[in-house]
Design a protein around this ligand. Sequence first.
Ligand SMILES: N[C@@H](CCC(=O)N[C@@H](CS)C(=O)NCC(=O)O)C(=O)O
Length: 235
Amino acid sequence: MTPLTLYSWPTPNGIKASITLEELGIDYKIEPINISTNIQKEDWYLKINPNGRIPALLDGDQRVFESGAILLYLADKYDTDRKISYAPGSPEYVEQLSWLMFQMGGVGPMMGQAEHFRLFAGTRSEYGIERYIDETKRLYAVLDSRLRESAYLAGAKYTIADIANFSWVQIGPAALELNLGEWPALHKWVEEIRGREAVQRGIRIPKTDMTPEKMAVRFREFRARVDAMGNTDVP
Ligand SMILES: N[C@@H](CCC(=O)N[C@@H](CS)C(=O)NCC(=O)O)C(=O)O
């Protein structure tokens, strides 16, 4: 019986963990946490992730929360033949760590705020939309510049740093109407990673009735709702 249980939902943070597990080809159990029903705030779940968010991992009695920590934990413990990670102590490991933290501290939070203002806010704030979309674009340009000099973020090998950044960047066109064609190296990298079989499986875990097409329609409806409110920024 596998000791690994992933608590997740197919969101940008959730799929980082499922893609990593699929890439490693290890056995795990999936516990769907439908975040729209707020199970992630229930007491039993807070014992696994005190932050009340997905993803979280149990490995026997060991809990791991924060998607970046989950990726590093899985790489350290289960990627012994270094399929999708570099070994601690190597210069590439430090690059991998740096680009992983770049995603955790930059791309994820900034795109999260951009999505909040563009899709979910209870008011239309031009200031909030512009601030976080501009910051997202700046971060995309940083990734693009790295990918013009290196095949993958940490070096010549596809790693957990690519998985983490890909999981967020791939949603930019549908959610925020970003045109990846503006960043050609980033665009090429996204399409290549999207083509991997493990990624195709990972982005659909756990199974829901939400397809990418239905999601794109939902995002359009959300944007229209925010736009209908008109700009409410105080001048
Ligand atoms: N820094 C956390 C962020 C996790 C996070 O924000 N997860 C979102 C889904 S992408 C979530 O659980 N949202 C539900 C909520 O906020 O209650 C991580 O990387 O794991």
